[in-house]
Design a protein around this ligand. Sequence first.
Ligand SMILES: *[C@@H]1O[C@H](CO)[C@@H](O)[C@H](O)[C@H]1NC(C)=O
Ligand SMILES: *[C@@H]1O[C@H](CO)[C@@H](O)[C@H](O)[C@H]1NC(C)=O
Ligand SMILES: *[C@@H]1O[C@H](CO)[C@@H](O)[C@H](O)[C@H]1NC(C)=O
Length: 279
Amino acid sequence: MMESLLSPTLLLLIFFLLCTTTSGQLSAPAQAPSQAPSGSTTTAGQSSPPAPSPSGPLAPSASSSPADIVAILRKARKFSTFIGLLKSTQMDAEINSELKKKSNAGFTIFAPTDSAFSDLKTGTLNSFTDNQKAALTKFHIINSFLTISQFQTVSNPLHTSANGNTKEFPLNVIGNGTQVNMTTGLVNTTVDSTVYSDGQLAVYEIPQVLLSQGILRTQAPAPAPLPPKPKKVTPLNSQAPSRSTTSAVDSSDGTALPHHAPIVVSIGVAVLAALRLCL
Ligand SMILES: *[C@@H]1O[C@H](CO)[C@@H](O)[C@H](O)[C@H]1NC(C)=O
Ligand SMILES: *[C@@H]1O[C@H](CO)[C@@H](O)[C@H](O)[C@H]1NC(C)=O
Ligand SMILES: *[C@@H]1O[C@H](CO)[C@@H](O)[C@H](O)[C@H]1NC(C)=O
């Protein structure tokens, strides 16, 4: 009587052992990629500075009608490529409608000239996807009004409209009160002139297009999907989770695992044989 009760339990247990060994094998490689992204998130979180201080005392805005970014750029007659980008990404409408609001932080826009765009490697802009064009455009827009003088004390990297993530979109600016240099890691450039400034909207001419890794990378590589965990067997008891953890740790050490399975099998066979003999 005892034997007939025991043997199904033993069979299940053996099956379970085999399965946890297998799932340990599968889940071990998944651990490495799943750790990498979380590590880099931490780094990004640490490196992102406190939000840049708002643009200081409210400048009395003399202008009765809000600025129109496209009209301002068009008047200067050398920003047609950038105007095209603002329109195709609808950032022009977004900026203009934000500027119409009573309280807004304002905008600072680094406008690359047409010759800056023609200095890019041939076909660069045409090869960009819509997402890349949007990222490129937003990378030139800061969601606060900054005077030339304020670039001396601004906290780097600046938060551009492109980010969330100043690691992929780093923009570091340094000024001495009259001159403003900036770097993205890929591009060093300098403000050539102030195109427009009214206390809410500042437009600065730059002679180079600001590129960053986050723009050039077409799509951020998605983290590797975790392999589906086999769910052939429902755990028999509370030991299940700790067992599978143990085998995952074993197998990540490398060579231990391949020897496990045969041992388990032979133990199982031995037990079965023993049971047969008993019966
Ligand atoms: C900007 O860069 C130029 C050339 O590298 C350098 O001579 C100048 O001192 C820099 N200005 C500031 C404010 O850092
Ligand atoms: C800022 O740097 C530029 C270039 O190095 C220089 O011509 C200018 O006089 C400097 N301005 C101040 C306020 O130091
Ligand atoms: C930008 O300037 C830094 C420091 O002045 C220099 O190390 C770097 O090579 C420059 N990068 C480019 C792309 O010119």
